[in-house]
Ligand binder design. Sequence first.
Ligand code: GTP
Ligand code: MG
Length: 252
Amino acid sequence: MSRKKAAKGKAPNSSPSAGSPGGKGVGKAARSSPSIVQMNGVVHPSRPSISSSNEFYDIAFKVMLVGDSGVGKTCLLVRFKDGAFLAGSFISTVGIDFRNKVLTIDGVKVKLQIWDTAGQERFRSVTHAYYRDAHALLLLYDVTNRSSFDNIRAWLTEIHEYAQQDVVLMLLGNKADATHNRVVKREDGEKLAKEFGVPFMETSARSGLNVELAFTAVAKELKHRFMKDPSEKFKLHEYVNKEMKGAGCCRT
Ligand SMILES: Nc1nc2c(ncn2[C@@H]2O[C@H](COP(=O)(O)OP(=O)(O)OP(=O)(O)O)[C@@H](O)[C@H]2O)c(=O)[nH]1
Ligand SMILES: [Mg+2]
């Protein structure tokens, strides 16, 4: 397997062309493939790989964080990327931003290009334009904010409209550390996730609970799908249920 070194400082290759912000008119796009091709079992980068980091990787995927404003998308990404919590005043994301992180999954270097979207309604058309390139979506609500949970159905409708049909999807109930302010029960999240057939876990960008797990699970699923190795049996739901820790614990 050829190993590619991520180039530095260029714009990510997943961004839609300038002036084409999806909006309602975009509809479903053709299936996008990872920025690599597999020939005779060998993985080759199909075009120059682009990353803001400077690490080698074998395969790359695009992951998008979506959900209402304030649910903790940016904090979750910063926790995953830098291992830190952005405490203090809330700075709402404007438009869209991205960070790269390379994970080693079963000896394979998997680069996740993670898109942090703005939850505010006024940026929705920008977000729509990026759905079609996403290989995975992490859909967040805030366990201390009922309306962010109630809006999950609307987010799922939007995802069905704009994202690829086979996009890897996971529901995350964030801010699980905030026990005193909790208004959404863990069972409510579990029930909703079951109804839509998506894996679910509660997370905390503050404590780090299940943050690494959420991204690792997605990376494992994407790598598994890409490699199509019949000897390797990976089931995302089973993996998540086995590895997930409750809010009472402190898995990072
Ligand atoms: N207690 C607690 N607070 C959190 C957690 N994650 C985020 N927050 C707080 O929630 C607020 C919003 O976090 P952000 O990550 O900026 O929210 P966002 O989803 O990116 O919001 P937009 O960019 O507007 O879409 C901030 O004040 C964070 O400090 C968490 O896990 N626990
Ligand atoms: Mg944000």
